[in-house]
Design a protein around this ligand. Structure first.
Ligand code: GDP
Length: 301
């Protein structure tokens, strides 16, 4: 079994490649839940839904949010009747969220996701990192902001001074999945708001130390490929580069995959992690996604 730690954009791109070259039944995906919250009366777990849609081939992979070709009848009607949504939720996507909200009330998040994955014909195991709700605050020059207010309402524009999130308990199966895997892949996801929350769960760091861990840098050169990762790293005084990301994963990392563009950083990263793999990590088509996935799989001893 191979376990992948995922957020909602970079790692799902890699999953599209991985599921073509590895039997999906052999994949367990532990997904960030830090940003989960209720919107428009439904529970929104954006990263989990992105992974569900990715693994069932219906993801809108232009936005990395929602379902390809979705309609917005309910969203538009809500606007018309004076109830605009902060998150623009599509009709099919909303059905997923309504079902998850109902299932959660009865069974909790982990079981709800398991049922949904099965209904979507997904054979990989998808586990939320926690069944508990996190509290995340982005401290900015405009004051303390909720995550989605920062990301959507303010378009990630404010200067970030700090990122704070509460500690939650790992969901059942998280630590066990890592322990029982021949390798763990940390995809190119936001190291602060997607991967660190998973790493902060009790038992995860120790389990990773006992497992072969390969990570892909989400930072190329001195910026993130997309999203606010670099802003968050800067606020936390972490160098915005693949070197900074490697230092975050130092205690358990066995192989770090960096982009061709960062070849000049190899020597410095080698002081943090023994093995450094240099290749193209920009996944802008299926060929690139499969290539990167194959290089990662081939590196597993
Ligand atoms: P979020 O949940 O939407 O924030 O998404 P993730 O945490 O999964 O991913 C965001 C990170 O993925 C950003 O830091 C990007 O720099 C990185 N990313 C997105 N696409 C790529 C890519 O093609 N290659 C690499 N190396 N990183 C990527």
């Amino acid at each position: 079994m191979i376990t992948v730690l995922s957020g909602g954009t970079g790692t799902p791109k890699l999953l599209q490649g991985l599921k073509e070259i590895v039997d999906p039944e052999e994949l367990t995906i532990i997904v960030n839940t830090l940003e989960n919250d209720y919107f428009s009366g439904v529970y929104v777990s954006a990263d989990i839904d992105t992974v569900l849609y990715t693994m069932s081939d219906i993801i809108n992979d232009e936005l990395w949010y929602g379902v390809k070709g979705d309609t917005f009848v309910t969203n538009e009607r809500l606007n018309e009747i004076g109830c605009p949504e902060l998150l623009r939720i599509g009709d099919i996507d909303r059905a997923t969220k309504i079902q998850k909200t109902q299932l959660m009330e009865k069974y909790g998040l982990t079981k709800a996701v398991e049922i949904q994955a099965e209904k979507m014909g997904i054979t990989s195991k998808i586990i939320p990192m926690s069944d508990e709700n996190s509290d995340i605050k982005i401290i900015t020059d405009m004051g303390e902001l909720e995550f989605h207010d920062f990301l959507i309402k303010h378009q990630s524009q404010p200067e970030v001074l700090d990122v704070k999130f509460s500690k939650v308990a790992p969901a059942p199966g998280v630590v066990e999945a890592i322990k029982n895997s021949e390798a763990v892949i940390i995809g190119p996801s936001n190291p602060i708001t997607s991967i660190s929350p998973i790493l902060s769960l009790d038992g995860v760091n120790d389990a990773l130390k006992e497992t072969y861990v390969v990570a892909v840098s989400p930072i190329i050169g001195s910026d993130s490929v997309s999203g606010p990762a670099s802003k968050f790293m800067k606020a936390l005084d972490i160098e915005v580069s693949s070197i900074g990301v490697a230092s975050l994963y130092e205690t358990f990392l066995d192989n770090f995959v960096i982009d061709n563009e960062d070849i000049d950083k190899k020597q410095q990263i080698n002081q943090i992690v023994n093995k450094v793999t240099i290749t193209n990590t920009i996944m802008n088509n299926l060929g690139a996604k499969k290539n990167l996935a194959q290089i990662i799989i081939d590196s597993i001893p």
